[in-house]
Design a protein around this ligand. Sequence first.
Ligand code: NAD
Length: 398
Amino acid sequence: MKEKIKIGMIGLGGRGMGLLRLVILNMSDVEVVALCDRYEDRQTKAADKVEEKQGSRPFVTIDYQEVLSIDEIDAVIISTSWADHIDIAIASMEAGKYVATEVGGAYSVQECWRLVEAYERTKIPCMILENCCYGRDELMVLNMVKQGLFGEIVHCAGGYQHDLRDEIAYGYENRHYRLDNYINRNCENYPTHEIGPIARILDINRGNRMVSLVSMASKAKGMKEYIKNEKSHDSELAKLDFMQGDIVTTIIKCAHGETITITLDTTLPRYYSRGFTVRGTKGMYTEENQSVYIDGSHDHYQSWNKNWGNAEEFREKYEHPIWSKFLEEGVQGGHGGADWLVLADFFESVKKGTQTPLDVYDMASWMCISTLSEDSIAMGGHPIAIPDFTNGKWITRQ
Ligand SMILES: NC(=O)c1ccc[n+]([C@@H]2O[C@H](COP(=O)([O-])OP(=O)(O)OC[C@H]3O[C@@H](n4cnc5c(N)ncnc54)[C@H](O)[C@@H]3O)[C@@H](O)[C@H]2O)c1
């Protein structure tokens, strides 16, 4: 086992800088030796931060292949825009580097297969950095499910329900990729924040799998209205019709009969929520009002609002061990600590030379939802088969 590892970071926008500043530079067992971004100002800003914290200036480049050619690098973190994740992940595996990539959706099923095939050829682990799998509530609910509190799980739901109108509308000023995606595509473009925790509950790729989906998109009105009111001076943008529907609903069917509903809801006014919901034969959890409902245990099921927030009462008994330890040691890092936990788990695998906790099959099957939903929407909600990236191994994989 290595005591300390050396890493390279590719993609230094908002997320890359956040991970660097709030997590990685506070980890004593990780040294950042190379940084890469298409923009020189972002390279410089990140290199300054690394030098300030580590005392040594990392190598910087605009070409990620130069990062991958550095022998001493053990692992790379990819936090680029979505369209480059898979190509860089494949190149990283080919170069023998452990790879962790930020979340996003795929643009074709073929690129997901190329990703899986690169892993099977090189055997270099590749992890999707799905921090929501490490959220405190998501892990508590996982623990409840595994201890049978909700009985047999029948249905789960979740969403990426985040008002991003500002981020999208100012995409060109901020050199951000979402704007072009929203102008040109119509799909469930960000499925993994909700699919990740649900996949763990339903043992996806480890005894179960997602078999097919249907997707429907609403009309696209939110961005146009927002731009009219907030950015009418941008005459080019104000003229545009967006392709991306305001609300995209996708229903997924699993091999063992469960259904999953996921919702993309990013261009209308709303509060933030991932709408995480788990329904079983003995009870349910829902994030919307932070409630746990157990069959036969409550008098007031018809006036449930008195019980909103009762999930806290289950905390002591069902807190996930990962979180009990984290709370004891002191929570650190962004997104309530989830960013710290996901990276710490990845780096632990790198140090030990073992498989990563979320693997290439998870990444391919979660990311492919985007491109499959695009096909389904284009055909009026037609059912689409979800590939089995494990080629049958899901039946016996642990
Ligand atoms: N897990 C989370 O909670 C979370 C939060 C925010 C963003 N993200 C994810 O992080 C990723 C980045 O998001 P962001 O908001 O920082 O985007 P961003 O546009 O601010 O940053 C992306 C950066 O990648 C660089 N880049 C793109 N292609 C490149 C290439 N081939 N070589 C080198 N650099 C390249 C761009 O120049 C840009 O600076 C996305 O996948 C996003 O979904 C995850």
